[in-house]
Design a protein around this ligand. Structure first.
Ligand SMILES: [Zn+2]
Length: 354
């Protein structure tokens, strides 16, 4: 397609570019002089000049790349007949790390906006390049860390009997409430818990905080559920009624979050009921747990969503980013996982539009 010259978007001219343009004009003049000398007819000389490269322009003048993508556009040459191939260009990257060169390709390296310049035959063209992470499409307020799927166990999501955390470790006895035996936990969760506990101990005077439950195997959950059912049967309920009643307090095997190894029930050694929220420890936990990557997994006003009665003592490790998002936006894990799925769908819709 022939584009009239007056519609071309020209480059921002820098002194260097003026210098280069002057060189380019000089070389055109020289070429004309040479042509005139070697060609007998003036008209033939002008026809020859039309094929000379006169201008380089990037269209569009700005592009957006995701981290890891390769920049592979070439400037448009004017007139079109003067088109150059890729090897004819010299590229200039700013020293800001937004773009990098890998195996002879220009690759988007990190978030930011930069300028890339291509030069050929004393002409230059620049293009603005914005690099962003794939999980951060513009105009979205949703968190984009859907790459990091959060495991969830609830009435809808059932774990297998052999789902066991890979980094399970025994919790040192001093962290566990008396007479609760040896408890196990995911090492990553325990490290975060230690940081949380240190902070709580420094801010809550006379702080008492002990773990009363952490990892629970599928078999152990089976036992707890069966025991709960039995208690209701002993109280005079039919076995069907007893099973339903047991569900109010105890999850069926595979549906307890404790099997994930990143949930902890805590106690201040006096209170393991709803009054825990009114203790200094319970209050501190509600306000600060997210700073250490934990959320109160079963909030009072989310019972209809979690289908678990309010548990101010049950914390779940999800990492600081997710925990902070959930705390600030007041969403429980079920809502958050749904948001992650929405974000993922939106991001894929966005990338497939490009
Ligand atoms: Zn619990």
């Amino acid at each position: 397609m022939n584009i009239p010259l007056n519609e071309e978007k020209t480059l921002v001219i820098t002194p260097l570019q003026i210098q280069r343009t002057v060189f380019a004009l000089l070389s055109v003049v020289m070429a004309a002089v040479v042509c005139k000398r070697s060609l007998p007819q003036g008209k033939a000389a002008i026809a020859r000049l039309d094929g000379e490269l006169q201008r380089l322009t990037f269209r569009p003048a700005a592009v957006t790349l995701y981290v890891g993508e390769t920049f592979d556009s070439l400037p448009e040459c004017s007139p079109p007949s003067s088109r150059l191939d890729k090897d004819a260009y010299t590229w200039e990257l700013l020293d800001d790390g937004v773009l990098t060169v890998e195996n002879g390709h220009i690759v988007a390296a990190k978030n930011g906006t930069t300028t890339l310049t291509a030069s050929a035959r004393h002409l230059t063209a620049s293009v603005g390049v914005t690099v962003q992470y794939r999980e951060l499409p513009p105009d979205s307020t949703l968190p984009r860390l859907y790459y990091e799927k959060l495991p969830i166990a609830n009435y809808q999501n059932t774990l297998e009997a052999d789902d066991v955390p890979a980094d399970l470790m025994a919790i040192p006895a001093e962290y566990v409430a008396e007479n609760y035996g040896t408890l196990y936990i995911s090492a990553e969760t325990f490290e975060a818990y230690q940081a949380l506990l240190r902070a709580m101990q420094s801010e809550v005077s006379g702080c008492r905080m002990h773990i009363i439950s952490a990892y629970r195997s599928y078999a152990r959950q089976s036992q707890l559920y069966d025991n709960a059912v039995q208690r209701y049967i002993n109280a005079g309920n039919s076995s069907t009624q007893a099973r339903l009643l047991a569900l109010n307090t105890t999850q069926t095997p595979g549906n307890s979050e404790h099997q994930l190894g990143c949930s902890i029930d805590v106690s201040n050694d006096n209170t393991t009921d709803h009054n825990y929220q009114n203790t200094p420890e319970g209050q501190w936990l509600a306000e600060n747990a997210h700073k250490f990557g934990f959320v109160l997994r079963y909030p009072a006003d989310k019972e209809e969503i979690t289908r678990i009665a309010y548990e101010p003592w049950h914390i779940r490790y999800v990492g600081v980013f997710h925990a902070t998002y959930m705390y600030v936006n007041h969403v429980c894990l079920e809502e958050y996982v749904a948001l992650q799925q929405e974000a993922e769908a939106a991001a894929y819709a966005y990338t497939s539009d490009q």
